[in-house]
Design a protein around this ligand. Structure first.
Ligand SMILES: *Cc1c(COP(=O)(O)O)cnc(C)c1O
Length: 359
């Protein structure tokens, strides 16, 4: 019971983020990379962290210049350290962006169903949230999106591509239409970009022409670095400068910076799992479709599928299916979308267990 504490009025009665962390054999609910880090990467990160230990009496580089330089190098597209900012997960960079460009009296708009943290970050920063809707096929129509934005005139627009929980990648045409209509910041969350099917363009290609565009990325998914907590964004250097107004000094520990740099240097070994994961994703999509289920196309490392048969009226309650899967030792995700569930693509053995339990 926290409501009798003197908490902010706008937080009373709200619920925190809470994907269940349950210790079962098959955990396919938070889109982590299922593969443990390879030995050579473990060794490299260990050495890098070890080298920092004697200097833990000192604050880290609060500008994380070396790490940001490495991240810019990884992204390519002619980006430099001045274009990139990093923090403890892309959730933190998005919070910093809302602290800078949103806040009390301001509005953020997103197109649901999408990542549940976007409205929660708005809530935490006192930013009013406007929930616009995706089309029934989970895409976004550029004209309708532009109209919504003109109607609400948000200070920050959230786009997510490939979108969590649907897996849908956005056409750059949509992003351009949104940029044309929006007066505020347009944030494109590309947490799953590394899993996109070949030919899917990144919003990074639009950066040079749009000063209010921000593209966020993370090492939590493709890099298998969820526990390391490293997210970042790329934008105009002025956006990076603006965010300095709200970032905490020394927010990124020297251990995090060193570990992330070592992981980036080992990216060939770390990203080697991406192709295998994409194969499992495609296998989940095709097998569930063969079984007559409706499944969303996915450019991410997860699949959104409708439970029950393909006949109308046969739609099962997703909560019941979720529980029955958990009873069989397979943890998947109920994202609160009536009739749908999401499963992460992991190892072939995990896919076997998932498909068997689903059968
Ligand atoms: C998992 C996820 C993130 C990653 O958050 P981190 O804080 O970087 O771990 C960001 N955006 C979306 C849409 C996600 O699904």
């Amino acid at each position: 019971m926290i409501d009798d504490l003197p908490i902010r009025e706008d937080l009373k009665g709200k619920t925190p983020y809470g994907a269940p962390q349950i210790d079962v054999p098959v955990r396919l609910n938070t889109n982590e990379n299922s593969y443990a880090l390879p030995d050579e990467v473990v060794e490299a990160i260990g050495k890098a962290v070890q080298a920092e230990l004697r200097d833990l009496n000192r604050y880290p580089d609060r500008n994380a210049v070396a790490l940001r330089t490495d991240l810019a190098d990884y992204l390519g597209h002619g980006l430099t350290v001045a274009n990139v900012w990093a923090a403890n997960g892309s959730n933190e960079v998005q919070q910093q962006l809302l602290q800078t460009f949103g806040g009390p009296g301001r509005t953020a708009l997103g197109f649901g169903p999408s990542y549940s943290m976007h409205p929660l970050l708005a809530q935490g920063t006192g930013t009013r949230w406007v929930g616009a809707l995706r089309d029934p096929d989970f895409g976004i129509n550029p004209d309708k999106a532009a109209e919504e934005i003109r109607r609400h005139d948000p200070d920050v627009v959230f786009l997510c591509s490939p979108n969590n929980p649907t897996g849908t990648a956005l056409d750059p045409e949509v992003i351009t239409a949104v940029l044309g209509a929006a007066k505020g910041i347009v944030l494109v969350d590309e947490a799953y970009f590394e899993f996109a099917r070949p030919g899917t363009p990144s919003a990074l290609t639009l950066l040079g022409r749009h000063r209010r565009l921000v593209v966020t990325r993370t090492m939590s998914k493709a890099f298998g670095f969820a526990g390391g907590r490293l997210g970042y964004f790329a934008a105009d250097p002025d956006v990076v400068d603006a965010v300095q107004l709200v970032r905490l000094p020394y927010h990124l520990s020297s251990l995090t910076q060193a570990a992330a740099r070592a992981a980036l240097a080992q990216r060939t070994a770390l990203l080697a799992t991406v192709d295998a994961i994409k194969q499992q994703r495609d296998r989940i999509v095709s097998t569930l479709r063969e079984r007559g289920l409706r499944v969303a196309d996915s450019d991410a490392n997860f699949v959104l599928f409708e439970v029950g048969g393909d006949q109308k009226g046969d739609q099962k309650d997703q909560k019941e299916v979720w529980q029955r899967m958990l009873d069989r030792g397979v943890l998947i995700r109920d994202v609160g979308l009536q009739g749908w569930l999401r499963v992460t693509a992991g190892t072939p053995a995990e896919t076997d267990a998932f498909l068997e339990a689903m059968a």
